[in-house]
Ligand binder design. Structure first.
Ligand code: G4P
Length: 287
């Protein structure tokens, strides 16, 4: 399966960010707590150089808390990167990120001028929501359109902090292949980039392996299906989703499965663990 992407968008966003990066004192990179590795932008380390970074594992409410704790530990202990978790409408916690940022920047900078913080993150990860929470008013546009980009803007915050919004940074991890699928499962990349039913099949396989009991309970299945396709067939049978000729309507099943997964109807689900990602990276390195 080939994953097509749109380099035009990527180059423009990268260029803009590269231009302003040297003026920044700190980067807040917003990640999706369900996929902290796949939603990390592989361009960021090269672009930020020595600029300090705080990784925010956002949408914590949708992710498996035990796995999120593993990720936070992995980032902090193994990678030496400051990592915090967050969910929307938690203004005090969000303001805590700014306090942490102030601690991470030398006094010599804070004493002489405003602290410049840039927010980065792939589309739809919750950047605007965080900016609005920090500002205490709607200054950035939120929405569920992954490709929406914004004009760059600096927002004045109390304590002499300037917050820089960035255009949707369209450079998510599409290799290993699993990263691309996970981004599609969360809705971060457009359904058209990867075949919709392939995305659902990937999700079905993963859910069976990681959360078999939850899936069976949700869809009223007495036995754990052998694989993702068998799960999709079983959902079609249970919900009576049949296409012409009585064959399982896999498009309808895909829609239900992905919508329910994204909405949290299947409970808080993480789509990757540090162990899984390390195994995939090791496999990729051997290719
Ligand atoms: P972006 O700037 O990075 O592109 O993302 P944005 O803030 O626009 O957020 C994308 C969607 O994710 C929004 O939902 C937003 O409400 C939702 N979101 C942000 N943070 C969290 C979180 O911690 N938990 C959950 N569950 N959702 C979060 P939307 O329905 O697309 O837009 P809206 O109707 O809420 O504006």
């Amino acid at each position: 399966m080939a994953i097509n992407w749109f380099p035009g968008h990527m180059h423009k966003a990268r260029k803009e960010i590269k231009q302003v990066m040297p003026q920044m004192d700190l980067i807040i990179e917003v990640l999706d707590a369900r996929i902290p590795f796949s939603s990390e932008n592989p361009m960021v380390p090269a672009l930020r150089g020595d600029t300090p970074v705080i990784k925010v594992l956002n949408k914590r409410d949708l992710a498996d808390p035990e796995v999120t704790a593993l990720w936070q530990q992995w980032l902090e202990k193994k990678k030496g990167i400051r990592a915090v978790t967050l969910t929307h409408n938690q203004r005090n916690e969000a303001l805590g990120i700014l306090r942490l940022a102030q601690e991470m920047v030398p006094d010599s900078i804070r004493d002489t001028r405003a602290l410049r913080i840039m927010i980065l993150g792939i589309p739809n990860v919750g950047k605007s929501t965080l900016i609005n929470t920090l500002a205490g008013r709607p200054v950035a546009k939120t929405g569920n359109e992954p490709a929406v980009t914004r004009a760059q803007q600096a927002i004045k915050l109390p304590d002499n902090i300037l917050l820089y919004d960035t255009p949707g940074f369209l450079w998510p991890k599409l290799t290993p292949e699993e990263c691309g699928y996970r981004l599609a499962v969360t809705g971060a990349i457009r359904a058209a980039v990867i075949e919709f039913e392939d995305v659902a099949l990937f999700a079905a396989d993963y859910l069976l392996q990681a959360y078999p009991d939850r899936v069976c309970e949700r869809y009223g299945l007495d036995e754990i299906p052998a694989d993702g396709l068998a799960l999709m067939d079983a959902i079609a049978a249970k919900r009576r989703f049949f296409a012409r000729g009585g064959i399982p309507d896999l498009h309808k099943v895909s829609e239900v499965l992905l919508n329910e997964l994204r909405a949290g109807t299947l409970g808080a689900v993480s789509l990757e663990t540090p162990e899984l990602v390390e195994a995939e990276q090791a496999r990729e390195a051997l290719r």
